[in-house]
Ligand binder design. Sequence first.
Ligand code: IPD
Length: 301
Amino acid sequence: MTTEPSNQGGNSPNLNEIHDTLIEIAYKAGDIINGAIPTTEAPGSKKNSADLVTEYDRAVEEMVSKALKERYPSYQFHGEESYDPSRPLTDDPTFVIDPIDGTINFVHAFPHACISLGFTINRKPVVGVIYNPSSRTLYSAIRGQGAYLNRTKRLPLKGTEIEPLCGLQNALISIEWGSDRKGRNWETKVRTFEKLGKDKESGGAMVRSMRSLGSAALNLCGVAEGTLDLYWEGGCYAWDVCAGWVILTEAGGVIVDGNPGGWEPSVDGRTYLAVRASPGNAGQKEIIEEFWGNIQGRLEY
Ligand code: IPD
């Protein structure tokens, strides 16, 4: 990266330039990830055997942080592996980064992990770049400029031909188990999954089906594409959702709080419900309220 970045330190970061820089970095990260030899033997764990970190997560974050600090020294950096809880996300222009989202998939060589590179201003996501190096799939968006697959195909994939949302019964929903496997949040998730899946006559919502694919960022891209209808999660962090947030909302989707009533969620709020685009927003509000009505308990982080 040799050219001088524009508006460094000014009030209006150049979002197009940041977008292109993040794509360049995402491809470099992809090379590191594709060159890695992941192993399920003794990966580092942060909290338990379902909350992993590898040398590759650290190496990618180091590369990304160095590249961004060199180019944009006055912007903040909020990365998963260097996160300091005493320094929460602020209103300053900030890069919000997950070096490998889907670390469990990566460790098991299940080809569904990505690098997730987001940028916020006033804690609002405004640029997002997500790259899955296994499938060489790139998702990107700039606030106000639409969302794209591999830079050329506008999202959602079906464009204006996308079907209207038609209730949970017709929905394919992405859910995640997370790494907290006890306590109130675990009970809320598991009881909600059961209610969502169960037959209507037995008191359930009879959703068409649920998927647990292991990457929050790629789940949001799936909802942005329109290949998933909804994604619900509690427990992930801003770096898991920041980039996908811009991609989804620029593709006509919406994000609300994972708990009932939260129509204006924050990127670091840790509970999220994402809904795909629908012509004229038909059925979006209804499906959100239907989903919230099926949550068994409350997610608290
Ligand atoms: C995790 C993944 C997972 C989600 C967790 C995240 P990581 O991120 O996105 O799908 O359920 O909440 O922490 O640890 O692989 O970067």
